[in-house]
Design a protein around this ligand. Structure first.
Ligand code: NAD
Length: 353
């Protein structure tokens, strides 16, 4: 049955974790990261078209559960995502997610997907996309502080999109660092495991921080960061959860996804609400000719924004027919006569009477 007929609209394609793994092995993770970055770039060029709102967060002592909606007028998406830094102690992920894409004209869902892996992919693609615009040209060395679930995706995103070939790892948990180094073997990186964040940033043109701790942490001090470095700050994404010392912010050019959300959740929650910060869409619309002052430090204050998830879902949707990796879910109660919903739940005997 072709998708899109009356009957098929009740059957919604669902991409499970298993499907996602197969899609990645069929397409190749670096190709996916590149194509995802292209989709995100395209959508940020269409910034004005999108509904925008800070995500809706429900905080608890242990973490946060969030909903992230947006629409470009033709399609609507939302993601459910959590952030629980202590989950790993129970053998659980810090971040898990799922989400949906729907057709605005009917309101019917057209795709449901796991988004835990997709979030790691889209976060890495967004980080690397921003570094394409902001990092020193020809940068090859990246320090990667925090070597948990996001780290390998980040490393591969920066390889595919920016050309990073040397990775300097550090994590307070040596097992996490070892896991990351092992996973990155065979991908063409020169990998160095370091004894401290200070050691990891030595000689790095790009510093990625992806640590998880629900506190105002200081992963990077002002004196650790040399002039002209690009910082990709991924882990500070919640009120009271930051990674950079305020002094670094005060001497850097700062870029963010969507200011009303980042002022609440990002590194810039440490600054006044009128502190100048540039939104990502403006530099994407300006194009790549933007001159870079080699003496200035740049910071991408990443928190993750709904349009990146929209881009990721529409990208995934474009792959499902080709990959065949989905299962149809009987999700929409949609009777032949739209006003006879009750008829669907009447006992069989009564229906045929
Ligand atoms: P994770 O729990 O799998 O990994 C975090 C790692 O950080 C762990 O290995 C931990 O040992 C390490 N760590 C904690 N404190 C540290 C410190 N002081 N120095 C060095 N290492 C330290 O989490 P994850 O899924 O990799 O996510 C990392 C962070 O990124 C989280 O805070 C998460 O909320 C955030 N995140 C942001 C986005 C975004 O769009 N910006 C998307 C996904 C995740």
């Amino acid at each position: 049955m072709a998708l899109g007929t009356k009957i098929d609209q009740n059957l919604v394609p669902f991409i499970s974790v298993g499907h996602m793994k197969k899609i990645i092995s069929m397409v190749g993770i670096e190709t996916i990261l590149q194509e995802l970055a292209d989709c995100i770039e395209e959508d940020f060029k269409r910034w004005a078209l999108f509904d925008k709102t800070p995500r809706v967060a429900s905080h608890s002592k242990e973490g946060v559960v969030e909903l992230m909606p947006t629409s470009d007028g033709d399609q609507y998406s939302f993601k459910y995502v959590n952030g629980h830094p202590k989950n790993y102690q129970r053998g659980l992920q810090t971040v898990t997610a799922f989400g949906a894409l729907s057709d605005v004209s009917s309101g019917y869902p057209i795709l449901l997907s796991e988004m835990t892996i997709l979030t790691a992919l889209r976060t890495a693609a967004t980080s690397a996309l921003m570094a394409k615009y902001l990092a020193p040209k020809g940068a090859q060395t990246m320090a990667m502080i925090g070597n948990g679930a996001q780290s390998e995706f980040q490393a591969l995103g920066f390889k595919a999109i920016v050309g990073v070939t040397k990775i300097r790892l550090f994590d307070i948990d040596p097992m996490a660092m070892e896991k990351c180094a092992k996973n990155l073997l065979g991908w063409g990186f020169d990998i160095q495991c370091c004894n401290s964040a200070q050691e990891a940033v030595m000689g790095a043109e790009i510093i990625t921080t992806a640590t998880a701790d629900k506190q105002n942490a200081t992963i990077l001090n002002d004196n650790m960061v040399g002039a002209g470095v690009h910082i990709n700050a991924v882990g500070g994404d919640c009120p009271g959860k930051t990674e950079l010392h305020k002094d670094i912010l005060l001497r850097s050019d700062i870029f963010a996804e969507y200011l009303p959300q980042t002022r609440i959740e990002g590194e810039i929650q440490q600054l006044n609400d009128d502190y100048p910060v540039t939104e990502m869409w403006t530099i994407i619309q300006e194009g790549q000719g933007r001159p870079r002052d080699a003496s200035r430090t740049t910071i991408f204050d990443s928190v993750g924004f709904a349009i990146e998830d929209f881009s990721a879902l529409r990208y995934l949707k474009s792959l499902i027919d080709k990959s065949g990796q989905y299962q149809l879910l009987d999700m929409i109660a949609d009777p032949q006569d739209p006003r006879d919903l009750f008829g669907m739940v009447l006992p069989q005997k009564r229906r045929s009477a």
